[in-house]
Design a protein around this ligand. Structure first.
Ligand code: HEC
Length: 124
């Protein structure tokens, strides 16, 4: 029973990765976007919301604008994951995003998928 569950989880994971790699923003099912309330709490806890808001441009671009810009782009999840863990500059304006926001492993990727899920029509 245990072995079966393990194989199943592995298959699900590779299916998910394939979906994410091909056409994440357009055709991935809603369930690939991490739970909105959980993620918003995490973003708050990691101080992302000091500079970012979901719908308004503050010091930093809004998450919805980021989602729009990267919608349908292959590799968007990876690119945003990298920006979230290593910082970013020169893509949106003059203000850089600092690195070293003290994220646990996997959190940058979760946050990237959450943000990319914010394109219009895919609101959780
Ligand atoms: C000190 C302010 C600040 C904090 C804190 C901050 N950001 Fe940013 N963020 C920015 C700015 C400014 C930009 C635009 C950078 C640029 O022009 O490249 C940005 C850009 C981004 C981008 C787009 C990057 C790209 O490659 O286009 C994402 C995604 C993002 N932030 C997510 C986050 C997340 C998630 C957190 C929390 C872990 C966070 N930010 C914390 C200021 C901040």
């Amino acid at each position: 029973m245990k072995g079966f569950a393990g194989v199943r989880a592995g298959t699900m994971m590779s299916l998910w990765l394939m979906a994410a790699a091909t056409a994440y923003a357009q055709s991935a099912p809603q369930s690939d976007v991490p739970d909105h309330r959980v993620m918003e709490k995490l973003a708050r806890a990691r101080n992302c919301m000091t500079c970012h808001a979901t719908d308004r441009t503050l010091l930093a671009p809004s998450y919805r604008d980021i989602a729009k810009r990267y919608a349908g782009q292959p590799g968007a999840t990876e690119e945003l994951t990298r920006s979230i863990s290593d910082g970013s500059q020169g893509k949106w304006g003059k203000i850089p995003m600092p690195a070293g926001l003290q994220l646990a492993p996997g959190e940058a990727n979760d946050l990237a998928r959450w943000i990319l899920g914010m394109v219009p029509g895919r609101r959780p």
